[in-house]
Design a protein around this ligand. Sequence first.
Ligand code: FAD
Length: 346
Amino acid sequence: MQVLENAPLAPLTTLRLGGPARRLVTARTDDEVVAAVRAADAAGEPLLVLGGGSNLVIADAGFDGTVLRIATTGFELAGTRLELAAGEVWADAVTRTVEQGLAGIEFLAGIPGSAGATPVQNVGAYGQEVASTITEVLAYDRATGERVTLTNAECAFSYRHSRFKADPARYVVLRVRFALEDAAGQSSPVKYAEVARTLGVEADRRVDLRTAHDTVLKLRAGKGMVLDATDHDTWSAGSFFTNPVLDPDQYAAFAARLGDRTAPAFPASDGRTKTSAAWLIDHAGFRKGHGAGPATLSTKHTLALTNRGAATTEDLLALAREVRDGVRAAFGVELVNEPVMVGVEL
Ligand SMILES: Cc1cc2nc3c(=O)[nH]c(=O)nc-3n(C[C@H](O)[C@H](O)[C@H](O)COP(=O)(O)OP(=O)(O)OC[C@H]3O[C@@H](n4cnc5c(N)ncnc54)[C@H](O)[C@@H]3O)c2cc1C
């Protein structure tokens, strides 16, 4: 276990923002993870679990406690069953499953961060989400001091949400188990219109697995959604706002404000309607590249807030507030941040 005092956190985040950690502990085995969590909890020490830092906005003041960096490794495949250690790099694991001819997570290619964080916000993209393939999550339960195995149902997955996100101080994910599919070199059915269009197929058709993976990577790269240290459009936390899910009354009020414009609308659970945060931001007048300061909207995608190199967390939050308030004024819809805020609020 490596321990550093007063360690900079900005280089450990994809936004490259945030002040130092009072203590940074790097754990390379599950036992080290559990020991580090137990030690912090026994000392009453604030704890922040860090994977790839791709979904975190950390205060300029840093974190006055222990940051536990999960650096465990393990990719175990038995037939179509996959078990990943929390510290595995997610995008690399996805590529390996595709190389093994297994479908189920191929449309989640190129998403930064660790395998252990994927259940936290039920990572999803291009018509797929991990809730569809996760069978079990092995975690350390800080409330009981025990290791537990949670079934898919117990994870309470929903759109960009889960039991882990709802109760962030309770579980530290150690391992994630998936059930993949051997579809004879074919992908899962294509669900996302843009992917279907790009591949020239009807929705719900299967395509060559490798082609599906590579197509998603190409689409993502065009939006600055694949990490590239030389491209400031990727110095982000991905989508900064979740797509709003409106109940019938909220949707009626929103529709009334649209006038002759048509906003994207997709049926969600419980009679609700999901609309597009990117559309709202764009139509509220915030175009790609918006912002004069060291933090701007990505020049490739309105939904990503980026650090152009010299930004602080406060610069980024000022931009986020401007966008949120502008969308509220234009459409009466409240945007909610997707990344986890550490020591700051929107
Ligand atoms: C360019 C870019 C594109 C992105 N595209 C997508 C996308 O398409 N879809 C999508 O869903 N997300 C996307 N994201 C967001 C992000 O990649 C995912 O949320 C990812 O799963 C975060 O993983 P991480 O390891 O970096 O987590 P971190 O940022 O390190 O942590 C995020 C949260 O998870 C917690 N956490 C991390 N590891 C554990 C663990 N082992 N146990 C318990 N809690 C833990 C942290 O404490 C924190 O609360 C994107 C981000 C970027 C920068």
